[in-house]
Design a protein around this ligand. Structure first.
Ligand SMILES: [Mn+2]
Length: 397
């Protein structure tokens, strides 16, 4: 009997026509495609609140152990938070963002702001699971994340519209993960430009945290990773091709912090600018600075939002943007040539029972996916209007 059970289990993997133990009696039988289709019709649908924790009920594959799994855009979690300076807890960010994405489905995925459904367009978007970065040794964790981003980012895309490589949409995790992500992107694109939404500069010179106990490893933090990336030559240092911070408002150690930032070729947009020039003015400023051709890495620290909207984060700063303002700005910059993105610093232990921080992050991911897919459509000479159809409603209500 034991032999028969294990035989049945082995046979039940990796085949369209599934062999399995019937349950009644002891015989093995083949299931016809019609029978499988009926099971799919009966049980294939998911409610928003049902199913296991996968982003937007997308197809899930642990891509790092399935090297032949191809995609156009991968959701990849980086549950790493041992480079934080204040509140820990962002290691639980990916699963919180996935849980908060539960009401996103491909059936009801039409984005009225963007005019497309990113889940039902040309792109194969899947959830690739998490990078199991160690919480015990940051040097090892950086190696793990760099290797994982490099391996996934070097795969061939399913479609040719986002040539040459697929896109990674990373769920953090603390902000330090942007350094390994930029190392991986640099190998594909060379020096790239960064659009960075954050209350903080994150170009802090490592020496800005003076300590008798300073060490080489302590240079790598969630506030120094863009300085390190600039120092490594991963970010464009061409004067006419700067990178952009948006939403800044934190206290500084002094104006010297801006000198370090200037040396690394950043343009700064403050949180208060939204009152002076509105979301449209901020969008115009970003687009005029970054253009639509150069490869851009989009990094969104959820603390760009006011703690009223996103208290579940590592280093909250009062006086930030509303979720609606951030979404409007993100919709306004959809013509950027995004080659990768992250949403970081969601630390769910500090959010309310209504999951407002993770909900904001999940919505931000949806908006970024919409932009990546829409940009691909534009490259194909389409607008997305031709894709709007009434669907069968199988996978959602
Ligand atoms: Mn921050």
């Amino acid at each position: 009997m034991k032999l028969r059970e294990s035989l049945c289990l082995a046979l039940s993997y990796g085949s369209a026509v599934v062999r399995a133990c019937a349950g009644h009696g002891d015989q093995v039988r083949e299931w016809s495609q019609e029978e499988l289709d009926e099971l799919e019709m009966k049980w294939g649908a998911e409610w928003g609140f049902s199913g296991i924790n996968v982003f937007a009920h997308l197809e899930y594959h642990k891509c790092l152990t399935n090297p032949t799994e191809l995609f156009d855009i991968a959701i990849i979690g980086a549950p790493f938070d041992t480079a934080v300076s204040y509140r820990p807890g962002a290691r639980f960010g990916p699963r919180a963002i996935r849980a908060a994405s539960a009401r996103q489905t491909s059936f009801r995925g039409f984005n009225p702001r963007a005019g497309i459904n990113p889940y039902k367009s040309w792109a194969r978007i899947i959830d690739c699971g998490d990078i199991p970065a160690t919480p015990m040794d940051n040097a090892v964790a950086v190696k793990q994340m760099t290797a994982a981003f490099s391996e996934l980012g070097a795969r061939a895309a399913v479609s040719s519209h986002l040539a040459p490589r697929p896109r990674l949409m990373t769920l953090g995790g603390d902000h330090s993960l942007s350094l390994p992500a930029l190392r991986a992107l640099h190998a594909v694109h060379g020096p790239i430009r960064v659009l960075h939404f954050d209350a903080h500069l994150d170009t802090w010179h490592p020496a800005k945290y003076p300590s008798y106990w300073a060490s080489e490893q302590s240079r790598f933090t969630h506030g120094s990773m863009f300085w390190l990336a600039g120092d490594e030559g991963l970010i464009s240092n061409v004067t006419s091709a700067p990178s952009v911070h948006a939403g800044l408002r934190t206290r500084l150690s002094g104006t010297g912090d801006w000198d370090d930032d200037d040396k690394q070729n950043w343009v700064r947009i403050s949180a208060d600018d939204v009152d002076e020039i509105g979301t449209k003015g901020i969008v115009d400023n970003i687009m005029e600075t970054l253009g639509t051709e150069d490869p851009v890495y989009l990094s969104i620290d959820i603390d760009v939002l006011d703690p009223a909207f996103a208290p579940g984060t590592g280093t909250p700063e009062p006086g930030g943007w509303t979720t609606r303002e951030l979404i409007r700005i993100l919709r306004g910059i959809e013509k950027l040539n995004l080659v990768g993105a992250d949403v970081v610093e969601v630390a769910p232990a500090y959010q309310g029972a209504g999951e407002e921080t993770a909900l904001a992050a999940a919505q931000v991911v949806f908006e970024v996916l919409s932009s990546m897919v829409k940009k691909g459509l534009e490259g194909m000479g389409k607008t997305g209007a031709e894709e709007v159809t009434v669907d069968d409603g199988k996978d959602e209500l």
